[in-house]
Design a protein around this ligand. Structure first.
Ligand code: G3I
Length: 332
């Protein structure tokens, strides 16, 4: 239970960003505009927090709602970090995208040791417990994340190996019983272009729909670089939309080789503008950036020599990408 504490946010106020906030521009197009957020970063950092409230209508906890963070030990749940982010979002009138319930990564060790029967029970129990805990605040969930390998096969995760391909249907049916109102998404990485991976994703969701499995949408993560957005991204998303599914871009960023030149940052801005236009072309429900400042981005933290992947630099100063996103959201 979150202990009511007055969070002291230190540091200077954020410098106002130019033009209309992204959330307003998104609202005018019927789309939520969001960012990934981290509890360790919002704590104590006034400017970082202020810009989240100012610019975004939706937030996604970057790690705080993952199985490893919420239930590191069997039978024990720790919602403090997640609750803090939800509390902040509630205060700011923002939507929360729940990320993620069933994923092959950041799974606690005790889960990987379970046999099929106990694993199925644990998976169902986890989905029910987490969704019920956040039922009043989280309206959208990435129920299953990244189930397909880059070669277009079902990823041989502990869930796939022990429970078989039916674990995906089981997860969605369980999620629906846990919260009849939440929007349930399947979220995937590297499935933006039409190819083996997105074809497999298409088969899976078409099959789920045909069987009446409660799935509401598909999330395309959109982790790009300066090679740009695949030309068939819109056509790819449209075929999923034609199945009656909502579409969301869930983790957009554009990694560049460090140090980026001015021309690199202009190219990056064009990639971001294309991401926004692609989203508008299929009337996305939401467009979420996987972090909005280069000072807090997984790309800089995990890909040596690459980084500067977001809209603002590490000092919260807008890059060309920020203006490009504003213009694209305004129809420019
Ligand atoms: O919490 C521990 C901390 O206790 C420890 O001191 C620290 C040092 O090792 O690690 C901390 O855990 C890190 C965690 O982020 C929280 O900061 C993990 O090492 C680190 O691997 C983890 O990285 C996250 C990554 O998912 C894990 O796979 C990134 O922040 C996060 O941006 C990234 O997000 C994923 C999406 O969920 C799914 N799609 C791809 C995307 C990028 O990988």
């Amino acid at each position: 239970m979150l202990v009511a504490a007055v969070l002291i946010r230190e540091g200077p106020d954020a410098k106002p960003l130019p033009g209309q906030p992204l959330k307003q521009l998104g609202k005018a197009r019927g789309m939520e505009v969001g960012t990934a957020v981290r509890s360790q970063d919002t704590r104590g950092n006034r400017a970082y927090r202020q810009l989240i409230v100012q610019q975004f209508s939706s937030v996604t906890p970057e790690n705080e709602m993952k199985w490893e963070a919420i239930a590191p030990k069997r039978g024990e749940f720790d919602f403090d970090a997640a609750d803090e982010l939800v509390e902040d979002a509630r205060e700011a009138g923002q939507k929360v995208r729940g990320h993620t319930l069933v994923w092959h990564f950041q799974v606690p060790g005790w889960v990987k040791e379970l046999g099929p029967k106990n694993l199925r029970q644990a998976m169902r129990g986890h989905i029910r417990t987490v969704m019920k805990h956040h039922r009043d605040d989280v309206g959208v969930w990435d129920v299953v994340n990244e189930p397909i390998s880059d070669r277009g096969r079902l990823r041989r995760s502990v869930f796939q190996r022990r429970l078989g391909p039916g674990y995906i249907e089981d997860a969605f049916r369980t999620a629906r019983t846990a919260d009849p109102d939440a929007k349930l998404y399947l979220n995937e990485i590297g499935a933006e272009s039409i190819g083996p991976k997105s074809n497999r994703l298409y088969e899976i969701v078409r099959g789920l729909k045909a069987k009446g499995v409660p799935i509401d949408g598909v999330g395309f993560q959109a982790h790009f670089n300066l090679t740009g957005v695949p030309r068939d991204f819109v056509a790819n998303m449209q075929r999923f939309k034609a199945l009656g599914l909502d579409i969301a871009i869930t983790e957009a960023d554009v990694g560049v080789k460090l140090p980026p030149s001015a021309a690199d940052l202009e190219d990056q801005a064009q990639v971001y503008a294309t991401i926004v236009r692609s989203c508008l072309a299929v009337r996305c429900r939401s467009l979420t950036f996987w972090g909005y400042t280069d000072g807090r981005s997984w790309i800089s933290e995990t890909q040596p020599g690459t980084g500067a992947a977001t809209l603002l630099d590490a000092s919260l100063v807008p890059k060309p990408a920020f203006g490009a996103v504003q213009r694209a959201l305004s129809g420019g």
